[in-house]
Design a protein around this ligand. Structure first.
Ligand code: PLP
Length: 426
């Protein structure tokens, strides 16, 4: 790395006209106590900042760029479509094409509504669940993130299984009082909560592999038990697969865990780097949405041809199974290398990995839920983040995020990253 002079200046300029200088808070690098890099361009596995520094990117725009940045096949499709107009506010055949690809890829999805972000997908799923069940309460797991939907911006009270209190000013208590918070990977508490609120729970929403407290895989049987209890209580099971959809395999992780969700939320990868989201499920449920049903949901730019074309091109390229086995192998090698590097330096840590997503927690572990995740040494993470950045490796600017590997990360990139983990000054 040479200097970050230009990045600093750009950040300073940005803070004058954009709150905190960023359009999404974690980008401000506050969680690692530094200033953001400003990106000029990206290609494949690499980001290039405004000062001309090059980084191997393990954040990948928070997950979407699974094929690497500026993939020529995706850009070609987008350009072709764009030349014919970018939004019409009336349907296009492309929307059916992407919807069909999703329906064919995910067994529990028969119909899908396209929206413009993961947040909107979750909003849609929650409203639909409430509308269909006539119930208000939602169960959510602590440490899972479901976008900045009012009802989901909830903190645990003093004891678990208390009703949620808002985690942000501007969210009325009257909204979050309908959200019940439970620890991730804890089926006993879930069973208790469903008994306590019998007949009142509209939905249970879960990240089937948690990615927003760092990567935390589900314990054996966790998702199956949720499924069983939801069925027993006539509550809707919502899988928030905004990260995991098309990340671990082509389609949904529901196949891996042998569990079918009632509603599945997607985003990130299915837009190939453009703003998108989707909510899908059984036709009977999805047809409760307007205009066939009474549950209202809409969007001016929903399903616009540009995002949809990028999504179609991305999914087409992801379809060969070898992509996912390659991603898994590369990520496993990387994690073993980082583990050996840190262990060799006597730094306490544990790595959670599944497929091509992982988190290095600075905490001896095991990390199985929010409480064990927040035991991590975030100061050490900040040092690690800074050291890696200096050596040309970009990790997400917070301990509690997932790292991602793309199909463009080559052996030499993995090797360089491991050397940086071994040598970077902490
Ligand atoms: C990113 C994310 C969201 C929100 O998606 P946006 O497109 O940022 O609104 C929702 N749920 C999960 C699990 C996510 O990771």
């Amino acid at each position: 790395m040479t200097t970050l002079r230009k990045c600093r200046k750009l950040f300073e300029d940005a803070t004058k006209v954009i709150p905190g200088g960023v359009n999404s808070p974690v980008r401000a690098f506050k969680a690692v106590g530094s200033n953001p890099i400003f990106i000029d361009k990206a290609k494949g596995a690499y980001l290039y900042d405004a000062d001309g520094n090059k980084y191997i990117d393990y954040c990948l725009s928070w997950g979407p760029m699974i094929l690497g940045h500026a993939r020529s096949e995706v850009l070609a499709q987008v350009k072709k479509v764009m030349a014919k107009g970018t939004s019409f506010g009336v349907p296009t055949e492309l929307e059916t094409h992407l919807a069909r690809m999703i329906v064919q890829a995910i067994g529990s999805v028969e119909k899908v509504r396209l929206v413009s972000s993961g947040t909107e997908a979750v909003m849609t799923a929650i409203r639909l669940a409430r509308g269909c069940t006539g119930r208000d309460k939602i169960i959510k797991f602590i440490g899972c993130y479901h976008g900045h939907v009012d009802h989901m911006l909830v903190q645990a009270g003093s004891g678990a299984m208390t009703l949620g209190s808002p985690s942000s000013p501007g969210v009325p208590k009257d909204f979050t009082k309908h959200t019940i918070l439970l620890p991730y990977n804890n089926t006993e508490m879930l069973e208790k909560a469903l008994n306590k609120y019998r007949g009142q729970i509209a939905a249970v929403i879960v990240e089937p592999i948690a990615g927003n407290m760092g990567v935390v895989p589900p314990r054996k049987g966790f998702l199956k038990t949720i499924r069983k209890l939801c069925t027993k209580n006539s509550s809707i099971l919502i899988f928030d697969e905004v990260i995991t959809g098309f990340r671990i395999k082509y389609g949904s992780v529901q196949d891996i865990f042998g569990v079918k969700a009632d509603l599945t939320c997607l985003g990130k990868i299915i837009g190939g780097g453009f703003p998108i989201g989707a909510c899908g499920g059984k036709a009977k449920l999805m047809d409760k949405l307007a205009p066939t049903g009474q549950v209202y949901q809409a969007g001016t730019l929903s399903g616009n041809p540009v995002c949809v074309a990028a999504g179609i091109a991305t999914l087409k390229l992801l379809k060969p199974k070898t992509i996912y086995s390659g991603l898994e192998r590369a990520t496993e090698k990387l994690c073993i290398g980082i583990q050996e590097a840190l262990a060799g330096r006597g730094i306490e840590h544990t790595i959670n990995r599944i497929g091509s997503m992982f988190t290095v927690f600075f905490n001896p572990g095991p990390v199985t839920d929010y409480v064990s995740a927040v035991k991590s040494d975030t100061k050490m993470y900040a040092k690690f983040h800074a050291a890696m950045l200096r050596d040309g490796v970009y990790l997400p600017p917070s301990q509690f995020e997932a790292c991602f590997v793309s199909a463009e990360h080559k052996q030499k990139d993995i090797d360089r990253t491991i050397v940086a983990a071994r040598k970077g000054k902490l």
